[in-house]
Design a protein around this ligand. Structure first.
Ligand SMILES: Cc1ncc(COP(=O)(O)O)c(C=O)c1O
Length: 318
């Protein structure tokens, strides 16, 4: 693994903090790994993947970086910021359409002068790789898959697990992280053993993500990562907290987001981290999880902007 070149883009190491008031409210010892503090424009988990992916892009002589995601993709925004920091042109294929003035991540994409192409759900689901290849054609371009989740990107989270292992003396009873494209979970599951890792699915089901994590891990193994242990005790995808759809958060998720903000001054988002902490709270309340729990905060705060109506809705009103 030492042969992999890694750029220094993120502010590392991110701290691990004890959440005292959330812990006493919940009746479990909850810690947080602050990957929401990896940067401002670069905040969140994606930059750890990009440190490796963009090192390869630069080594290949790329001048253009092409990637894809949802219209409010954190990954696309982080890629656009990192590309500009390296003097490269970001090209983004976004699922969805523009409506009104841009906000959140899309506002930043525009501010960064990213070349933005939108497409419908079916095109994105079935043809995104071909569309990205087309966008890259004829230019010195490097293409990054959805979420930066390939073997090389996942190595960023193998390294992150080593960073965390050096910060703590004891293993955790659970390590909890949101799963959107699988690369973060794959890296944590292959990396240093911080405790049983539980990936909270934010959209698709557990089988879909488990399959995806295995595919990413087998690519990472070819780059020198340790073999992925079988799904089960050491790592597992937890389903049931996805809500109705990707990026749709129901009132209990918003309640958790507000609770954590009030108790700890910690900002979660409705697409990833809010769903993950909602799962954490429910699993502890059900008595299935307890003891020392590490919540791996993966960022996503820009996803809050433009959703003020939902975020501040009075939970008591019908
Ligand atoms: C804020 C945030 N948290 C978690 C995730 C999930 O990470 P991964 O795509 O590696 O599963 C993402 C991206 O999908 C994200 O943007």
């Amino acid at each position: 693994m030492t042969h992999l070149r890694r750029l220094e883009l993120a502010r590392l190491p991110t701290p691990i903090q004890y959440l005292e008031r959330l812990s006493s409210w919940l009746g479990a010892e909850v810690y947080v790994k602050r990957d929401d503090l990896t940067g401002l424009g670069l905040s969140g988990n994606k930059v750890r993947k990009l440190e490796l992916l963009l090192a390869e892009a630069v080594d290949h002589g790329a001048e253009v970086v092409v990637t894809c995601g949802g219209i409010q993709s954190n990954h696309c925004r982080a890629t656009a910021v990192a590309a500009r920091q390296l003097g490269l042109q970001p090209v983004l294929l976004l699922r969805g359409e523009r409506s009104g003035a841009p906000d959140g991540n899309l506002l930043l994409d525009d501010l960064l002068g990213a070349e933005v192409h939108t497409c419908d759900d079916a095109t994105y689901r079935d043809h995104r790789e071909e569309v990205m290849t087309e966008l890259a054609r004829g230019r010195p371009a490097y293409v990054i898959p959805e979420g930066g989740s390939n073997g090389l990107g996942a190595m960023g989270y193998v390294l992150a697990s080593e960073e965390a292992a050096a910060q703590v003396a004891e293993r955790f009873d659970r390590v909890v992280v949101a799963v959107g494209s699988g690369g973060t979970l794959a890296g944590l599951a292959m990396g240093s053993d911080l405790g049983p890792v539980r990936g909270i699915a934010v959209c698709d089901d557990a089988l879909t993500f488990t399959t995806r994590v295995r595919a990413i891990a087998s690519e990472a193994e070819r780059l020198g990562a340790r073999a992925l242990p079988p799904s089960g005790r050491r790592w597992r995808v937890v389903e049931g907290y996805q809500g109705p759809a990707y990026a749709v958060a129901e009132p209990p998720v918003w309640e958790v987001i507000r609770k954590v903000a009030h108790l700890e001054g910690l900002i979660l988002d409705p697409v990833y981290t809010g769903k993950a902490v909602h799962a954490l709270v429910e699993e502890v309340r059900a008595g299935r999880w307890g003891g020392r729990i590490l919540f791996w905060h993966t960022g996503g705060a820009f996803g809050l902007f433009g959703r003020g109506g939902e975020a501040t809705a009075d939970p008591a009103s019908p």
